[in-house]
Write a new protein. Structure first.
Length: 215
């Protein structure tokens, strides 16, 4: 969607960014000290580039994640993915997932619903486009590198989330109930379309494809 914007628009907005200080894990850190979760992915390293297959320039499926060191008193796991560099007053929300079993330690690739497949039926909230889905990274051309913050929270037992939680409800729950938090940052910069397409073709050649027909 945003790939159709001229690069001049991205350059004009280059200094307009939500800011890492507004990402939820940092809001929580300013409120109080929480235990730490270890968060990782088999497909990108901390502060490393996101493969194009997870973005609007590729398949647009959600990436795999893993976490560890969940406290024994946790009642559930919740995940929030935010773009710290979106040209908006607050970070753009790419995914909200709630009520994950505290015994779970991984999300498989494509676990979240997206435009191209149905996902695995997780309890999800609204992204910034008001969709109950994974919003693939889609930074404006010319806006330089964006940081996508995959935040995993272990929550103490408490009230249920609403049927369609948004960022405000999610933040309130985290500030009140978080026992532990961890994050993984992946980066993406909108390249020329041909470069992204070439990476996606190379990745597809080396990676088993999802069986979309079985979803």
């Amino acid at each position: 969607m945003l790939q159709k914007l001229p690069e001049s628009v991205g350059h004009a907005l280059i200094n307009q960014r939500a800011g890492m200080e507004h990402v939820l894990c940092n809001l929580l850190n300013r409120e109080r000290i929480s235990a730490r979760l270890s968060v990782s992915s088999p497909t990108f390293r901390f502060n490393g580039p996101l493969p194009a297959r997870y973005t609007a320039d590729g398949l647009g499926v959600s990436p795999p994640l893993a976490w560890d060191a969940v406290p024994s008193g946790a009642g559930s796991i919740a995940i929030l993915v935010e773009d710290a560099d979106s040209p908006t007053p607050h970070p753009l929300v790419h995914a909200i997932i709630v009520d994950i079993d505290p015994e779970m330690r991984t999300l498989e690739e494509g676990a979240l619903a997206s435009h191209k497949h149905a996902g695995s039926g997780l309890e999800t909230g609204q992204n910034s486009y008001l969709q109950r889905a994974w919003l693939p990274p889609d930074p404006p051309p010319g806006h330089a590198e964006h940081r996508y913050v995959f935040q995993v929270f272990a929550l103490m037992p408490g009230p249920n989330f609403s049927s369609l939680p948004g960022r405000r409800e999610f933040i309130e729950a985290i500030l009140n109930r978080a026992l532990a938090v961890g994050c993984l940052i992946g980066t993406y910069e909108r390249a020329h379309r041909v470069e992204a397409a070439s990476e996606e073709r190379a990745t597809a050649a080396d990676t088993p494809q999802l069986d979309l027909g079985s979803q």
